[in-house]
Ligand binder design. Structure first.
Ligand SMILES: *Cc1c(COP(=O)(O)O)cnc(C)c1O
Length: 476
């Protein structure tokens, strides 16, 4: 065994040299994309082509080009023509905090393994609770993604609402939750993981405008209760992922209180609207929720993956996982707010709190107000442009930065139009100038844009529509 290889891996001069070079390369990348020096938002390759490249690179590639190859062969979220999935073009400062977390590698499960980031996490979650409008006894933590946060919240809900000790005894009673049919699929997955089964996920049809139809709640609740299923939670989407439409949180809360249900708000995408004076009305009623999820990597400009899960009553956060792992945790519950592993699904997690703190410290809360307000405004603007163009039809008037629309012509029947829009999106992907996505709503195929980049302008959006018209002309 050659031990010198270990020394080589930790050589600090190599780290310094490659590190400086990488920061330069990434800064160049940012300039290149933000200022559109490169034409494309994505350099599309088929999965098998990409696989072949990386298999070959491991054997034959030059390691000095590794970082630049990775950078090139990705989707450029900082390009103004990236208008696709809901991840932030990261604020560069949080790439630096990402590097700190990766290098220092404090695992966060217990206070001793992340003193600064644990205290910082408390600062951040207390601040978020206050912004939501929660009272003093509220608290929260950061966890790895909206999916995990929603599962954790539903576990907290079950613990709080159901009297039986399900954690230790398992459950024999039939349990259920209520969601909108438009809720993110991870809520469905969470319920399945919890053993509720298909019958335990009560999906309320949405209105024409894609909101949970709260008029149907009472009847659905009665029907399911009569079947012997005990409902313990109701989830509001803020907003739902496909359409960007917010459920009416006030009405859902009223129903939750009437029936003694846990009220959870999935604000993974749009919970950040609490920062926008102009758009926070979309979240009216959020302060009445028992738990709220907000993703940092979606509408808060941070790197994947960091999510806040916030509880109106902090003791529910501590109670979720009552299993004791004594080697990790002290027995005095009230004393150890700082041992994050007691409340999170994860044992080890990244030092994610430092992204949030750096954003606050460098730019203040105003950065989030500016980001959310601008992007939601752009969503409204794009909605208007699409609505006024006879070649396009909008799924519903946007209330956030998510816009679903499709190319239409009066002569096209629904199947032809669906196939046409699917082909348009495929051609856009292969061309790569714009990156947008697609979704199916009630059997209709839509093109879907999420305006995530603050430098995407009206001009970009209009030229995207022109491009789509040209593609469609070529296809019809
Ligand atoms: C993105 C999203 C999720 C999933 O969050 P991840 O951070 O991707 O795990 C859940 N719910 C909604 C409404 C979302 O938009």
């Amino acid at each position: 065994m050659d031990k010198s290889i270990l020394k080589k891996a930790y050589a600090t001069d190599d780290f310094r040299k490659r590190g400086h070079q990488l920061v330069d390369e990434l800064a160049d990348h940012l300039e290149d994309k933000l200022q559109e020096k490169s034409r494309k938002a994505i350099q599309w390759n088929e999965p098998d082509t990409e696989l072949e490249f990386w298999n070959d690179f491991l054997q034959n590639g030059n390691k000095n080009t590794l970082f630049s190859q990775i950078t090139q062969r990705t989707t450029y979220v900082h390009h103004p023509k990236y208008i696709g999935h809901q991840v932030s073009p990261t604020a560069p400062i949080t790439a630096l905090t990402g590097m700190i977390s990766a290098l220092l590698n404090n695992g966060m499960a217990v206070y001793e393994m992340g003193m600064a980031p644990s205290a910082i996490e408390r600062v951040i979650t207390d601040w978020l609770c206050e912004k939501i409008g929660f009272e003093k006894k509220s608290s929260g933590f950061l966890t790895s993604g909206g999916t995990l946060a929603n599962l954790t919240a539903l576990l907290s809900a079950r613990k709080a609402i159901i009297a039986d000790d399900i954690w230790n005894e398992g459950h024999s009673e039939n349990l259920g939750i209520i969601v909108s049919e438009e809720a993110h699929y991870c809520v469905d997955r969470a319920a399945k993981i919890m053993g509720l089964g298909e019958k335990g996920i009560i999906k309320i049809p949405a209105t024409e405008g894609f909101q949970m139809n709260t008029l149907l709640l009472e009847e659905a609740f009665q029907k399911i209760t009569d079947k012997g299923i005990k409902i313990f939670a109701i989830v509001g989407s803020a907003p739902s992922t496909a359409t960007g439409i917010y459920d009416n949180l006030t009405e859902i809360n009223d129903f939750a209180k009437k029936k003694d249900l846990w009220f959870h708000v999935d604000g993974a995408h749009g919970g950040a609207a609490i920062f926008s004076k102009k758009h926070k009305h979309t979240l009216e009623g959020i302060d009445k929720a028992d738990s709220v999820v907000i993703d940092g990597h979606k509408m808060m400009m941070m790197p994947t993956i960091t999510t806040a899960l916030l509880f109106k009553d902090g003791k529910n956060a501590t109670a979720t996982f009552s299993q004791k792992a004594d080697y990790l945790l002290t027995q005095y519950d009230h004393e150890d707010w700082y041992n994050s592993g007691k409340k999170t699904f994860e044992c080890t997690k990244t030092m994610m709190s430092i992204h949030w703190y750096a954003m606050l410290k460098f730019y203040g809360e105003d950065i989030f107000e500016a980001y959310v307000t601008h992007l939601y405004d752009m969503g409204h603007l794009f909605g208007n442009i699409v609505e006024n163009d006879p070649y396009f039809e909008i799924a519903t008037k946007p209330v956030s930065n998510i816009v679903c629309f499709r190319f239409v012509k009066p002569t096209l029947d629904i199947d032809t139009a669906n196939t046409l829009n699917e082909k348009i999106r495929r051609i856009l992907l292969e061309d790569g100038e714009y990156y947008i996505v697609q979704t199916k709503l009630r059997g209709v195929h839509y093109l879907r844009c999420t305006i995530m980049n603050p430098f995407t302008t009206e001009k970009h959006l209009k030229s995207l529509l022109e491009k789509i018209k040209n593609i469609a002309d070529g296809l019809i």
